[in-house]
Write a protein that binds this ligand. Structure first.
Ligand code: GRF
Length: 209
């Protein structure tokens, strides 16, 4: 089985990117990050990619006439590098339905809450303000909505009374770094089956290659 060819889109520090790179390095995930793309010139994620010798591309949204042209530029890179899956790892722009339709390959996202609770920005703060006892993270397929796509995997963490946004984010991040690589590995093995909104994780050997 050939490694799953990935494009990673990131706007920030890239700790999920790092976790995926490390899992690949350790042989836990059979994938290859072909390209990292960012909408922020100074994203740490770009630096992290470069350090590993992975092509790192800054796509400046202001250089394009509109959202669709900007998204076309990203898709062009994804195609040039023959990617089979787009991994959103802290990409801070909402992708349009156009992008999702045109991509034609699975798009994964990780969100720092137990979806469908606390969609959108500041999910950890929303969880604290709401007073939930547990939160966590969700890896899901991206559909045409925001944080609404079919859920692939979730991990739960407790929320403590003295938590602030940062302490909770940190606790959730540990789980993000654990489950995102796992999902990518399952996808590569053909063990993720979509049935409408439901996602079925197949046992080893049950996968379709
Ligand atoms: C993570 O909390 C992720 O859940 C959210 O954006 C953050 C990205 O962090 N989508 P990093 O850039 O991977 O460190």
């Amino acid at each position: 089985m050939k490694p799953l060819q990935l494009a990673v889109l990131a706007s920030g520090r890239g700790s999920n990117l790092q976790a995926i790179m490390e899992a690949i390095e350790k042989g836990q995930v059979k994938a290859e990050i072909r390209v990292v793309i960012s909408d922020k010139r100074d994203a740490l994620a770009l630096e992290k990619a470069e350090k590993q010798g992975i092509p790192a591309n800054y796509v400046n949204p202001r250089e394009y006439s509109g959202k669709e042209a900007f998204e076309e530029a990203i898709l062009k890179l994804v195609r040039e590098f023959s990617c089979e899956c787009i991994v959103l790892a802290g990409f801070m722009r909402i992708l349009s339905p156009f992008f999702v339709r045109e991509a034609g390959i699975p798009i994964l996202n990780i969100h720092p809450s137990l979806l469908p609770s606390f969609q959108g920005l500041h999910a950890q703060r929303q969880a604290i303000d709401y007073g939930v006892r547990y939160s966590g993270c969700t890896v899901h397929f991206v559909d045409e909505g925001v944080d609404t796509g079919p859920i692939i995997m979730q991990a739960v963490v407790p929320v403590y009374p003295d938590d602030d946004e940062d302490t909770l984010a940190q606790r959730i991040l540990v789980e993000e770094h654990r489950i995102y690589p796992q999902v990518i590995e399952l996808l590569g093995q053909g063990r993720i089956k979509r049935e409408g909104r439901k996602v079925i994780l197949l046992e080893e050997g049950e996968g379709i290659e």
